[in-house]
Design a protein around this ligand. Structure first.
Ligand code: 13P
Length: 246
């Protein structure tokens, strides 16, 4: 039985005051049966780590460099994150693929860099609305996943996968539990062909997950939790989703 995982992706939101209030609120609401983590913007990671010391809530970053170190202005290395206790790092979020032209191979290289420093990459895949309408959902998510499978080889079982249909992100248009499950099942089958441990891997769903739709999504056979954007910014809303996963 896979333990559910709920991850808050704060994206480019937060401030000293807002983060302190959110983390205090979350710690008052927990703990939960599900594993819970928050992924904060880089400048706040140290203070998030400090506030969560001794808490079962883990923390992570929203990106990392594919490079080890060197002349890469503005980038943050996986070794740096690992040095102060980071657990997760999101790679290949659709906002980075779209706004920063991240390729499937770059995303795979970032996942590899994260694993080299014992961080757990949360690898995001997902189709746009145009791709779904053109009947390309399966081809797109398989292509995105396949770059990571080929780059990581037998280490693939150490990643967390997040299926985030681009058309469902921040739009209030959640995939139905059946639509999401269908893609999760095909991703699981693809992972199974690459690793005997695919049955233990977590595949999260993301895209307009809220307290009132979380339980039906999380009840699907291959949905092992969620990657939550907007609803992770309010302690009460995020806690309700964590409860729905428990
Ligand atoms: P929303 O929950 O705001 O739709 O965002 C989902 C997401 O992109 C999480 O990474």
């Amino acid at each position: 039985m896979r333990r559910k995982l709920v991850v808050g992706n704060w994206k480019m939101n937060g401030s000293h005051a807002a983060n302190a209030e959110l983390l205090a609120g979350l710690q008052a609401e927990g703990p939960w049966v599900a594993e819970v983590a928050v992924c904060a913007p880089f400048p706040y990671l140290a203070e998030v780590a400090l506030s969560l010391q001794g808490s079962p809530i883990a923390w992570g970053a929203q990106d990392c460099s594919a490079h080890e170190s060197g002349a890469y202005t503005g980038e943050v290395g996986a070794a740096m994150l690992a040095e102060f206790g980071c657990r997760y790092v999101i790679v290949g979020h659709s906002e980075r693929r779209a706004f920063h032209q991240e390729s499937d191979q770059l995303v795979a290289d970032k996942a590899k860099a994260a694993l080299a420093h014992r961080l757990t990459p949360i690898v995001c895949v997902g189709e746009t609305l145009a791709e779904r309408d053109a009947g390309q959902t399966t081809a797109v998510v398989k292509r995105q996943m396949s770059a990571v499978i080929h780059t990581l080889a037998h280490c693939i079982s150490q990643v967390v996968v997040a299926y985030e249909p681009v058309w469902a992100i921040g739009t209030g248009k959640t995939a139905t539990p059946e639509q999401a499950q269908a893609v999760h099942a095909l991703l699981r089958a693809q992972l199974r062909a690459a690793s005997e441990h695919a049955g233990d891997m977590k595949i999260l769903y993301g895209g307009s997950v809220k307290a009132d739709n979380a339980a039906s999504l999380f009840s699907q056979a291959d949905i092992d939790g969620g990657l939550i954007g907007g609803a992770s910014l309010k302690a009460g809303d995020f806690a309700a989703i964590c409860r729905a996963a428990s």
